[in-house]
Structure formats: structure tokens, C-alpha cells
Design a protein around this ligand. Structure first.
Ligand SMILES: Nc1ncnc2c1ncn2[C@@H]1O[C@H](COP(=O)(O)OP(=O)(O)OP(=O)(O)O)[C@@H](O)[C@H]1O
Ligand SMILES: [Mg+2]
Length: 420
């Protein structure tokens, strides 16, 4: 189709359009025209689909985002099509001949279960929970060999958006493209200067230069993690068998439990040597997994609420752990903000194993507060995302370190080399 609905493509959009394959992953800077391109792409593929009753879906991270931005574009660009109708309450457009496009939030992808898709857009995909693609969108594409457009700005490396981009070159039927603000003419030079002044360096790197390593906007530990990268503290950090290990836990009730394994040197240097994540796993299996590793544990730090007796069993998780042979230390109760401050103080001393703690590092880079759209400020509370479990496990450790002047643990043994 040479003619497309909506405005003419900008030059960089035209490149992506001309080179597209079945799966497309486009990493574009802010304001590059991602949402406009998404809607044009979706309309083209749904309306030119030769199968019966074509189905298309556009997903934004939240339903509200789909509604606020993309819905208007969809209606505007569909205007040329006689007989198109729009269902405002369901964010659904119907076209003569049976084609249909729906707008959804990726936070509730289950609305797509049971339907097939001929074309789907994942806009700002880095902020989708992985299961949206894996469990819902991808299977819906398979019946009729549907196409996908995954588009967005960068948001750290611990997400499918990064992984798909990284692996796209090696896969048939995938097209990838990364465009920084220097690769397009979407933002003029004067405006760019203004943005540079208004944004922090990390923000500008992330939003405009598509830097996967940049700390994300609103992140609590962005500056500390950037320093860790720059200092070379994210590297191979092997387990030292001459040092004991301390674990710190974030115990999930229904969801994930994260355990960070630390080693501590007399100099105050801290090493995050391993990190375990469990989903819906009982304490017995967790303890089993820990004892399978070649670590000699001196302490296990648990959050304060581990002392609470559960209604079902009448036992607290501390009691259950004791019955399994683990005698945990309970982190002192403190406001989240105090824990965040303690963590900020701790991170400059931490070395991270780049492989075993990859997800931990990424989580600490992207752990953030929620953005309040109405007041245009960050909320005081952290966003409850997968990152928060990792960050909480570190926070409990930091609180113990902070409250006890680093002396809370059994004296540790040091290796021959002693204090490094
Ligand atoms: N091909 C085009 N022709 C004319 N205007 C366009 C085109 N593509 C995008 N725009 C305009 O550029 C602006 C940004 O577009 P859009 O919202 O699609 O960008 P985005 O990359 O999704 O932005 P954000 O990063 O804020 O989500 C809008 O004003 C839009 O109307
Ligand atoms: Mg957009």
C-alpha cells in the first residue's frame, strides 16, 4: 500500500516502513513519532489483511495511556474510511467488512485471551510485564501468522524490549532499528538545547540518546548505580570461600521472593555475589536451594513482617524457617524512605557480580517512584513492580548495616590477604 492513512511518514519512519518484517522492534527516542507510526502501521496491516474478519490490537503500558493518546490518532486517521464506527467505552473501532481494532493496557492483557490477532502494536514495550507478550500476545498471533510492532524508548536492560532488540539481528523475520535524537529531525536544535537544560544527564541519555545503561527517570538509585558502572564495580565478583555469606530476603506473600547473597570485607567493601528469585515457592524449597549452593552462611536477614503469624497456619515465617534450620535476623522496622537513604549510603561500597546479579543490578537501576500525571510530580511511594522485590532485599540489608554500625553480624573470617 503506497498511500497510508494519517500524516505522511517522516523520513526515519519511512525507513522503518520500507524495511519492515513480520516482527519489528523499533527503539526510538522520545517524540520521534512512535505512537503516530504505530497507529498508521496497525491500520495498514488490519485493513489490508486478506483473511476474514481481521483483528488488530494496540497496547500501551496502561489503559489510560492508550485512551489518552492513541485513541484520538486512531479516530483521526480512520476518518477517510466510510462506515468506520467507534465504540468509546470499549476503545474499539469497527470497519466495514468486519475488521476491528482494539486499544488496551498491557497491565490487563487477559482481555486478549481467546482471540486471534493479525497485527498488534506494543507501544512503550519496555514497561510491559513480560507475561503480556509471552502468555497472551504472542500466542494470539500464531493462528493466522499475525505481525507485530514493538516500539518504545529504552528503559534499562532487564526487560523483553531490550532482549528482543539485542537478539533481533540473529532472527529471521525480525527487523530492528535504534534511532537517537541525532538520527531524526523530529526535534529541532533549539528545542534540543532546551531539553538538555531541563533534563538531567541520565534522563537525556535515556530518553533522547536511547542509552540502555542510563538510569531511568524517577529512579531512586540511578546516580549510585551509574557510579557503580563507571567505577567498574559491576564485574566478575566470584564467591570467596574464605568469607562467610550473609543473605537478605524480600519475602513475597503471593508473588516473588528475592534473596541477595553478600560477602563482607573488613574494609567495609561489600560484594553481592549471587541473587536468587523464586516465584510461588514454599520456604522449604527455598531453604533447600540455599543449602545446595556452596556458601557458608553466617546470617539471614528478613523483613520485619516475617515475624507476623499467618492466619492459616498460626505460625510466622520466622518460626517456619527456624523449623527448617535457619535462624534469621529481623531487619529493624523503618520507613521506606529511611531504608532508601540507608541503601544510597551503602551502594557506593558494593561490588556486583555482573552475571549472577544481572537482574539485581538492572532492578536497582530502574527501581523508581510512580509518576503522578495529574500533579506532574513523582509520588512519595515506590512503584510496586518486579524491581521493588530486588530493591527491598537490598534495603533490609542496608538497614541492618546502618543501624548496627556494620557490627551486627558474627565476626567474619577474613582470608589471608585480609582487608582489601
Ligand atoms: N509523520 C508525522 N507527520 C507529522 N507529525 C507527526 C508525524 N509523526 C509524529 N508526528 C507528531 O510528532 C509528535 C510526537 O508524535 P508521537 O506522539 O507519535 O511521538 P512519540 O514518539 O510516541 O512520543 P512520546 O515519546 O512522547 O510517546 C506529535 O505531535 C505528532 O502529531
Ligand atoms: Mg508515544
Amino acid at each position: 500500500m503506497s498511500h497510508t492513512l494519517g500524516p505522511e511518514h517522516r523520513p526515519h519512519q519511512q525507513v522503518a516502513w520500507d524495511n519492515q518484517k513480520r516482527f519489528n522492534i523499533l527503539v526510538w527516542h522520545r517524540r520521534a513519532g512512535k505512537t503516530v507510526y504505530s497507529i498508521k502501521w496497525l491500520l495498514k496491516h488490519v485493513l489490508s489483511c486478506e483473511l476474514d474478519n481481521p483483528r488488530g490490537a494496540y497496547l500501551a503500558p496502561q489503559y489510560k495511556q492508550a485512551k489518552n493518546v492513541a485513541w484520538q490518532y486512531l479516530k483521526d486517521y480512520s476518518r477517510e474510511i466510510p462506515g468506520a464506527t467507534f465504540n468509546e467505552s470499549e476503545l474499539r473501532a469497527d470497519y466495514p467488512g468486519g475488521a476491528q481494532i482494539r486499544l488496551l493496557g498491557a497491565a490487563e492483557p487477559d482481555a486478549l485471551r481467546g482471540i486471534y490477532l493479525d497485527a498488534t502494536v506494543c507501544d512503550e514495550m519496555a514497561q510491559f510485564a513480560p507475561r503480556a507478550w509471552t502468555e497472551v500476545i504472542n500466542p494470539a498471533l500464531s493462528d493466522r501468522h499475525g505481525k507485530a510492532l514493538m516500539i518504545g524508548t529504552v528503559f534499562g536492560m532487564a526487560n523483553q524490549f531490550y532482549e528482543f532488540y539485542r537478539d533481533a539481528d540473529a532472527k529471521a523475520h525480525w527487523y530492528s532499528q535504534l534511532l537517537t535524537v541525532n538520527d531524526t529531525d523530529a526535534v529541532d536544535a533549539e528545542e534540543l538545547e532546551r531539553l538538555k537544560l531541563d533534563m538531567s544527564e541520565a534522563e537525556f541519555s535515556q530518553e533522547m540518546l536511547c542509552d540502555w545503561n542510563a538510569a531511568v527517570k524517577g529512579s531512586y538509585y540511578g546516580a549510585q548505580m551509574t557510579a557503580a558502572v563507571n567505577d567498574g564495580r559491576i564485574t566478575a565478583v566470584p564467591h570467596d570461600p574464605d568469607l562467610q555469606c550473609i543473605t537478605s530476603w524480600d519475602l513475597g506473600m503471593a508473588d516473588s521472593t528475592v534473596i541477595v547473597v553478600w560477602q563482607k570485607l573488613g574494609s567495609g567493601e561489600l560484594r553481592a555475589i549471587d541473587c536468587l528469585e523464586f516465584q510461588n515457592t514454599g520456604l522449604a524449597d527455598i531453604v533447600h536451594e540455599l543449602s545446595d549452593r556452596p556458601y557458608l552462611y553466617s546470617d539471614h536477614i528478613l523483613p520485619h513482617d516475617a515475624k507476623v503469624r499467618e492466619l492459616g497456619t498460626g505460625k510466622s515465617r520466622v518460626e517456619v524457617l527456624r523449623s527448617l534450620g535457619i535462624n534469621p535476623t529481623i531487619a529493624k522496622m523503618a520507613h521506606v524512605q529511611d531504608g532508601i537513604n540507608a541503601t544510597r549510603g551503602l551502594l557506593p561500597r558494593v561490588w556486583f557480580d555482573k552475571d549472577k546479579c544481572f537482574k539485581l543490578v538492572e532492578a536497582l537501576k530502574t527501581y523508581r517512584s510512580t509518576w503522578n500525571d495529574e500533579n506532574q510530580v513523582f509520588n512519595k511511594t515506590p512503584a510496586h513492580t518486579w524491581e521493588s522485590h530486588y530493591a527491598d532485599a537490598v534495603r533490609y540489608f542496608a538497614l541492618m548495616e546502618h543501624s548496627t554500625g556494620n557490627q551486627w553480624s558474627e565476626p567474619l573470617q577474613y582470608n589471608e590477604a585480609g582487608i582489601r
